[in-house]
Design a protein around this ligand. Structure first.
Ligand code: KIV
Ligand code: ZN
Length: 514
């Protein structure tokens, strides 16, 4: 039988530590459901001791998700371990993940402790976690820059104290594949009780080597890899789940292992995480980037047309890529039934109410745009799901602008109590005018820090998708909106970001319009 490598996904914890990313509880739940569907073995749902919000998000996820294990992260102190257990204990197979630095540089300059004390903290906190739960992971942070002998002792003692997984983090993305391979082999040879635990690795991408290092570790015997969707995470991010999963699937001949990942869900998961975090995927990103299966040069196109495998080592359908390239999926005369079944083929199972709203938006788009493909449908569904969670609803937006006019916007919004509020404003451009008018109505202090627009498909009649980031109350929030009119898309994106900010600050308001 082929050996399994477990996938431990930390998008909701390390991924959320990406600069500028702040997920709401609803976002986290949506991502967790998708990770479960993707077949992730263990979902690290958060860091319960860090904030009441993180605690309740982890607890809610542990309550709902049944087919993936839920883990929480804990510093090596009693309060953090206890909080972690309290958050995950409702889960079907909870895991506590304790971490503590092992490198001299961290021990001396960050912890300001001696090594004996650090060993004692690791041992006692793992034992405390093991007293609660049979599944405990321990990570010696900054392991790859640590004194090897110290790491071996730490691992031996934490395994003896009850750790069932020992995770080797390359916290600062410092190691290289051959060195990391040897490190894992050395751990196997120098930690006497290593057979009592599973070896895991957690690689950061500072030198662009996170996936390569993770695969090297698998070759040496690691049987859990920690990943993030789209490779997000602290600084340059973590090993990308989609790259790890497809490398293991595509090079099973060489690596000789497999994962439980349902790779057809990768594309959808990637889009969801990009949408909710506001971290777009670069075009040339492996597996899920816009260009990952596009061929430009004549010789490549010729080869692929004759036989796909001439220039493709993977099949885009195995990753769940939507049909594209001008293929018409649905048109103006398509009915609700055809629309619904195409969405279901794409993996979107909407409630009747969501479906009605999405179908209306589809009909409106079909009136404006000649060809509608899966990418349009995806944008419609994302837009409609976003409005289902809103507090304030954008009723209409109208602008006047041009090279001889002062950009002026009129905006009407429906407030949570059902009242209609309208206002107008002048701006330096149409988007500025719209945002100022919205600010006059929804008075929440915020600063726009990023604004991007891109087209969803090719063609002059394409929908524009706007992604923005606003800062407010010490946190940042992303917003997205799509429409054939980019000013309307901009207004939707702004409303989306403000609604997320309001929901995060006053969770009770979020219930009002759901
Ligand atoms: O990078 C790191 O060391 C971590 C640990 C908490 C595993 O994220
Ligand atoms: Zn990390």
């Amino acid at each position: 039988m082929v050996d399994k490598v477990l996938i431990f996904d930390t998008t909701l914890r390390d991924g959320e530590q990406s600069p500028g990313v702040a997920l709401t509880a609803a976002d986290k739940m949506e991502i967790a459901r998708q990770l479960e569907k993707l077949g992730v073995d263990i979902i690290e749902a958060g860091f319960p001791r860090t904030s009441p919000g993180d605690f309740s998000a982890v607890e809610a996820i542990a309550k709902e998700i049944k087919n993936s294990q839920i883990a929480g992260l804990a510093h090596a102190n009693p309060e953090a371990v206890d909080a972690c257990w309290d958050a995950v204990k409702v889960g079907v197979a909870p895991r506590i993940h304790v971490f503590l630095s092992s490198s001299d540089i961290h021990i001396m300059h960050q912890l300001a402790k001696d090594k004996e004390t650090v060993l004692e903290m690791a041992r006692t906190m793992v034992a405390r976690a093991a007293g609660y739960c049979s599944d405990v992971e321990f990570s010696p942070m900054d392991a790859t820059r640590s004194d090897r002998q110290f790491v071996y002792w730490m691992l031996e003692q934490t395994i003896a104290a009850g750790a069932t997984t020992i995770n080797i983090p390359d916290t600062v993305g410092y190691t290289v594949p051959e060195e990391f391979y040897q490190f894992i082999i050395d751990i196997k040879n120098n930690v006497p009780n290593i057979d009592k635990a599973r070896i895991s690795v957690h690689c950061h991408n500072d030198l662009g080597l996170a996936v390569a290092n993770s695969l090297s570790a698998v070759k040496a015997g690691a049987r859990q890899i920690e990943t993030c969707i789209n490779g997000i995470g602290e600084r340059a991010g973590n090993a990308a789940l989609e790259e790890v999963a497809m490398a293991i699937k595509t090079r099973r001949d060489y690596l000789g292992v497999e994962t439980n990942i349902k790779t057809e869900e990768l594309y959808r998961t990637s889009r969801m995480v990009a949408n909710l975090t506001g971290m777009s995927v670069q075009s040339n990103k492996a597996i899920v980037g816009h260009n990952a299966f596009r061929h430009q040069s004549g010789i490549h196109q010729d080869g692929v047309l004759k036989m796909r495998e001439t220039y493709e080592i993977m099949n885009a359908q195995d990753i769940g890529w939507p049909t594209s390239g001008g293929e018409i999926v649905l048109g103006k005369v398509s009915g609700r039934h055809g629309f619904k079944s195409r969405l279901e083929e794409m993996g979107y199972f909407l409630s009747e109410e969501e479906l009605s709203r999405a179908f209306m938006a589809f009909k409106e788009l079909a009136d404006k745009k000649a060809e509608i493909d899966d990418r349009d449908l995806e944008a419609i569904v994302a837009d409609k799901l976003r409005t289902a969670q809103e507090v304030y609803h954008l009723d209409f937006v109208q602008v006047q602008c041009g090279d001889h006019a002062a950009p002026t916007a009129t905006v009407r919004v429906i407030a949570p109590d059902g009242s209609i509020r309208a206002d107008a404003a002048l701006g330096t451009g149409p988007v500025d005018a719209v945002y100022k008018a919205i600010n006059r109505i929804i008075q929440v202090e915020n600063e726009l820090t990023e604004y991007h627009v891109k087209s969803v498909t090719e063609g002059i009649d394409a929908q524009g998708e706007v992604t923005i980031r606003v800062e407010g109350g010490g946190r940042s929030y992303t917003g997205r909106g799509a429409d054939t009119d980019i000013i309307v898309a901009s207004a939707k994106a702004y409303m989306n970001a403000l609604n997320r900010m309001i929901s995060a600050e006053n969770p009770q308001d979020a219930e009002v319009r759901v």
